[in-house]
Design a protein around this ligand. Structure first.
Ligand code: CTP
Length: 415
């Protein structure tokens, strides 16, 4: 589905309907609502009657700045059940309960939210939250399959603590993560599942190489680009493992996250996951060197002002290893290169040389002169192909670069 145009009714602002179903996670939707309003979205909240048992109308009205209705019998002269759905750029239902998914899958129209779902012609995102048993039940899974087959994006629930003492799959993902998914859908629509049936490994973040129990050698990589790649791959239907080196961002929904600290740990996790992967993307910034001997005790200042010697040793080059060994025939390997250019060549010259040296299929070259890229939401890059292709990606959010990379990867995948 194509990306939506911003609605004229909302004064050019993207018009979002936030549907809230009756689950305990409704309180997290208030945080999501704030993210939308603070970033200039026009939001209409449509709770189900049961949602108001958890969070009251005053909260939704106060945070959205708009009246809140649950039934089609309010403000009938405005025909809200048709108008709200028709004028939306995005409908997101968070939390979506088992009951709401069932009603939506069966085309019921027994409250305002289900009416809106029937009249909406924009992308629709469901963010389920419920107990594991309810999520795994064949009825719920069939409803989810129906909604996906009709073009809705149904986000996988997170794993963790549920209401009460138990934990498992069924948690509402972090509101920041839901917001990021919604922004992705507003920008790109619910794309074609061109990575369906594919297994993808993405590494993200910066490694830390211990010096002593309290100090480490590290770098400024936040992991945002890798997280954006993982999220975009899930949206395009892939099964995704994210090997995250010291990433503090919320886990992307529907992604298996393996946490690591050092380059050695990153290598082991990526190489092991790569065995069954169709694609490996090395978006992490592994340290190239580590202290030769990390001490068990804290290094103290010497009384005479002398500085302790720091001997470094090289870490394994994971990208080169993956590229040269290829765990599976036809596996596509993607690397990143953060370059500043120097007296030996321009940013692109160095990128081309690195592509050849590493032996990967695609190299995403970032120009990092002046510390650009690290930690920021935006990115600009050139994607170089081993087959001679060169795709310029204009400045934009990391999510746009993520999709541009998958656009290059997808046609390179063999049957
Ligand atoms: N990389 C890796 N293992 C390392 C270092 C880097 O797999 N020990 C990967 C990064 O994840 C990235 C690519 O290699 O995908 C290029 O990283 P970069 O730091 O630009 O290259 P280096 O190999 O470190 O080369 P140089 O420092 O000489 O530019």
């Amino acid at each position: 589905m194509a990306a939506p145009e911003a609605s004229p009714e909302a004064g050019g602002r993207p018009s979002v309907v936030l549907g809230v179903a009756g689950g305990i996670a409704a309180y997290k939707a208030a945080e999501l609502l704030r993210r939308f309003t603070e970033t200039g979205h026009d939001v209409t909240v449509v709770p189900t009657p049961s949602a108001l048992h958890f969070v009251g109308e005053a909260t939704w009205a106060g945070l959205s700045g708009k009246p809140v209705h649950t039934q089609v019998w309010e403000s009938v002269h405005e025909v809200p059940h048709v108008r709200i759905g028709q004028s939306a750029d995005l409908v997101v239902v968070a939390p979506a309960t088992a009951d709401l998914l069932a009603r939506a899958a069966h085309g019921r129209a027994d409250d305002l939210l289900t009416n809106v779902l029937l009249t909406a012609r924009c992308p629709v995102v469901f963010v389920p939250a419920m107990h594991t048993e309810m999520w795994e039940h064949a009825a719920t899974q069939a409803n989810v399959a129906t909604l996906r087959q009709r073009g809705a994006l149904v986000v996988e629930p997170a794993v963790g603590r549920l209401t009460g003492a138990d934990s498992g799959k069924g948690r509402l993902p972090d509101p920041d993560e839901i917001f990021a998914i919604c922004q992705d859908v507003l920008a790109h629509g619910v794309g074609e599942p061109d990575l369906a049936g594919r297994t993808v490994v993405v590494s993200a973040g910066g490694t830390r190489e211990p010096l002593d129990p309290v100090r480490y050698l590290g770098n400024r990589s936040s992991g945002r680009q890798g997280v954006a790649l993982a999220r975009a791959a899930v949206a395009r239907g892939a099964e995704v493992t994210l090997v995250a080196a010291n990433v503090t961002l919320p886990d992307p929904a529907g992604v298996k996250v393996v946490r690591v600290e050092t380059t050695e740990e990153l290598r082991d996790a990526v190489v092991s996951a790569a065995v069954s992967a169709d694609v490996v993307v090395m978006a992490a910034a592994p340290a190239d060197f580590r202290p030769l001997d990390a001490t068990d005790t804290k290094i103290k200042k010497a009384g005479d002002g002398s500085v302790p010697p720091l001997e470094l040793t090289q870490t394994p080059d994971i990208l080169a290893e993956l590229s040269h060994t290829r765990a599976r025939p036809g596996q596509v390997v993607v690397g990143f290169a953060a370059e500043t250019g120097d007296e030996t060549g321009s940013v692109l010259d160095l990128g081309r040389a690195k592509l050849a040296r590493k032996g990967c299929d695609l190299l995403v070259v970032n120009d990092v002169r002046g510390g650009a890229v690290f930690g920021s939401g935006d990115n600009q890059a050139v994607i170089l192909g081993a087959d001679g292709t060169q795709i310029e990606v204009p400045p934009g959010p990391k999510t746009a670069l993520a999709h541009a990379i998958w656009d290059e990867v997808a046609p390179r995948l063999q049957d």
